[in-house]
Design a protein around this ligand. Structure first.
Ligand code: DGJ
Length: 720
């Protein structure tokens, strides 16, 4: 009987004659969010609702039908579609009707809902996937497109997600910039028409704009209030977010791979799986949205997300290309002296015919330069072992300098036009990862190093060039597949690396923060947000990336950039994220060295709060005339917090307001103590070592700011 009913319902909905009351309703829910789809009388799928969770079942029938959930090209809607397919007969339209849906609990606590849609004229199937993470309030969505037409169909547009909002006003925050100037926060109101955020860099998502956004509803965004949709795409290549306000003031948000120059020819029975789009709908402003992403990323997404991170000393800014074995051995000793976990050898250790003495040559030839390292990497790993520090190494395996043996041998592996002058970005070219032979080569760079030197404990994987001269010898007639197949090829390699070396921590770098996306972070424990290590700039850059990425993924190094700032200021900024040093200890005074050593110890002690705790951004560096900023981390049990406060450029005679802390328990008593002081310095914070209630600290606050240019404070707050 039951089976009969199901079959009948199936038949009715296939024929498109189901009636409103029986129409399937599909709810995707987290603890605080509902995304509700409904099948219309015409059998098509509509998004009826996205917002604060609705608890009363009976209310659902009151919802308006809404707008088509995954809009296709060629029908009666005049706005940007999510899907555009050209069929074998040249017909460019697709009309999707609901076929079925199913939901299942995944072993990790999430629930996956799959909605299957079919075209009634062409054998096209689209499966919309929604994975809801209830506690973290994150929804991951992607689409699978397949068909059974005789010849390949042409995919022109293939979004990961389409979402609809219906509010009075929409304020979009984007995170744009440039090399060394990443993730600047800019907010603007959206009005009728389209705003597109996209990149076309090929081998990375970001240089000019990061692959995440915030849409605040009704009012400009606030840290702790208001409804805000925050989304990001897991794709280490060209992405596109389209925000379109239609004539009824509804907002449509389409997210996915940038289809620019990427028409994809899909053979029958093959599934085109889009990348994942992740979003959260916060009812309490951007701060809660960030905490949702941080919790989810640590628990579900980032490689070793639940593990701690290593502090390190990197030689890049200490030596650039100018080093030899003795210098490196001395630096390994400095790492030990500093008390960090690891020494990281950067660029410049490889190539012999064209030694890597500058960024003009050698990239691609991954054997140690005999002049510089006569005893190879083995000598360095042995030295590190002797000193009790781990050893990490830099590679840039997807790239090649034209002046290299690899280029001479394998021009066919290089993305370049066979008949045009080559254009370089940082004097290099990108290898063609759509080619399986190149995938083997890239995997081999890691594998050979690990096989020969099993004591290597960490990789910094760099990628300094976007794709220039976009042409693949391997893909022949399918050049429009290159942007997509490059990224897929990269993931194949990273999958192999992860499978063979599951416990190997790796830092992702792309000439700074070019690769900052959650799909890449499945394979990497952390990333380098910017080549700009000026601590003032870093306050802004870290503020930007912290909107979605947890602190343990953001590498922050103390360097010599901006010598106007003290070593304390620089270290305090870096301690907000994953702490490292990239500096010659010899260049520091004794007091500064002592300070750094103590800071490493303090950081190790506070890591559980800084890396695993909840982030509350208290005072934005963008506020006012950019005079001050403050953020804090608090442990999940609310017993320990670390507050960072920075005076950037205070104004003469400025009225300094207390900083109100957040996230504490109002009724609990907390001791406040200034830490990370320079040797001989005394706490200058009034009320240091005093006990306050959480209520006081959150309502009245502490006078953390000073009128002094470039001063910083770290305050430890401990429950009594
Ligand atoms: C760019 C990175 O961002 C730097 O940290 C450094 O590793 C250089 N590449 C090395 O070439």
């Amino acid at each position: 009987m039951k089976l009969k009913a199901i079959l009948l319902a199936g038949l009715l909905c296939l024929s498109g004659i189901i009636h409103a009351a029986d129409n399937p309703v599909i709810k995707i829910e987290t603890a605080t969010t509902s995304l509700i789809f409904r099948v219309g009388d015409n059998g098509r799928l509509y998004q009826s609702y996205l917002g604060k969770r609705l608890h009363n079942e009976a209310d659902i029938r009151h919802l308006p039908q809404g707008t088509e959930g995954y809009l296709t090209h060629g029908l009666e809607d005049y706005y940007e579609p999510a899907l555009h397919i050209v069929h074998n007969d040249g017909n460019p339209s697709t009309l999707l009707k609901y076929t079925s849906h199913s939901s299942q609990k995944l072993t990790d606590g999430a629930t996956e809902t799959v909605i299957t849609l079919n075209d009634d004229q062409y054998p096209i199937t689209v499966k919309l996937h929604y994975v809801a993470y209830p506690a973290e309030n994150i929804i991951k969505t992607f689409s699978e497109i397949s068909h059974k037409e005789k010849k390949p169909v042409s995919l022109q547009k293939y979004a990961s997600s389409m979402l609809h909002l219906n509010r009075n006003k929409y304020f979009l925050t984007e995170f744009c910039g440039d090399w060394s100037h990443e993730a600047n926060v800019t907010e603007r109101e959206l009005a009728y028409g389209k705003k597109v955020i996209d990149t076309k860099l090929g081998a990375r998502a970001n240089m000019f704009v990061s692959p995440f956004f915030q849409v605040s509803l009704d009012n400009p965004s606030e840290e702790n209030a208001g409804e805000v949709l925050v989304g990001t795409l897991g794709w280490t290549g060209n992405f596109r977010f389209t925000f379109e306000v239609d004539h009824q003031n509804h907002l449509r948000v389409i997210s996915g791979i940038n289809p620019y120059a990427s028409e994809y020819s899909l053979p029958a029975n093959e599934v085109f799986r889009t990348p994942d789009f992740y979003f959260t709908y916060s009812l309490d402003g951007k701060g809660q949205a960030s905490r949702n992403f941080h919790d989810w990323a640590r628990r579900y997404q980032v490689k070793a997300g639940d593990e701690t991170r290593m502090t390190l000393l990197n030689n890049w800014e200490a030596t650039y290309f100018d080093f030899n074995e003795d210098k490196l051995v001395a630096l390994i000793g400095e790492a030990k002296h500093l008390g960090v976990d690891m020494f990281l050898l950067d660029d410049g250790w490889f190539a012999n015919k064209y030694p890597r003495s500058s960024d003009h040559q050698g990239l691609g030839d991954w054997t140690e330069t005999a002049d510089k390292l006569p005893n190879g990497i083995g000598k360095l790993t042995a030295e590190a072992k002797k000193q009790g520090v781990k050893f990490g190494i830099w590679i840039e395996p997807e790239m090649v300098n034209p002046k290299s043996e690899l280029y001479e041998k394998h021009k066919d592996w290089v993305i370049r036009f066979p008949n045009r002058e080559e254009y370089y970005f940082r004097n290099q070219l990108v290898l063609d990862l759509s080619n399986p032979a190149v995938q083997d080569h890239v995997f081999g760079v890691v594998d050979q190093l690990m096989t020969k030197y099993p004591d290597i404990a960490f990789f910094k994987w760099d990628c300094n060039s976007p794709i220039t001269n976009i042409y693949s010898t391997y893909l022949k007639g399918k050049q429009t597949h290159l942007y997509i197949d490059y990224v897929r090829g990269l993931y194949k390699v990273l999958e192999r690396v992860k499978a063979k070396y599951p416990n190997l921590p790796m830092m992702l770098c792309a000439g700074g923060g070019g690769r900052s996306d959650f799909e890449a972070l499945k394979y990497f424990t952390e990333f380098w947000p910017s080549d700009n290590t000026d601590p003032i700039e870093r306050l802004f850059i870290q503020w930007g990336f912290s909107q979605v990425f947890p602190s343990k993924t953001l590498c922050a190094h103390v360097t010599t950039w901006n010598k106007k700032t003290s070593v304390k200021f620089r270290t305090d900024v870096a301690m907000m994220c994953k702490l490292g040093f990239d500096i010659k200890m010899d260049d520091l005074t004794n007091d500064e060295q002592t300070y750094c050593r103590q800071a490493v110890q303090e950081y190790n002690r506070l890591k559980p709060v800084i890396l695993e705790g909840d982030l509350y951004r208290l005072v934005s560096p963008y506020e006012g005339e950019r005079e001050h900023t403050s953020s804090m981390y608090i442990s999940k049990d609310k017993s320990n917090a670390v507050v960072f406060a920075f005076d950037i450029h205070p104004r003469y005679g400025e009225r300094l307001l207390p900083v109100r802390l957040q996230g504490l328990e109002a009724n609990r008593m907390y001791k406040v103590k200034e830490i990370n002081l320079m040797p001989g310095a005394w706490p200058s914070l009034g009320g240091d070592d005093q006990v306050y209630s959480g209520e006081y600290l959150m309502t009245v606050g502490l006078g953390l700011f000073t009128g002094q240019d470039l001063s910083s404070r770290i305050i430890e707050v401990s429950a009594q």
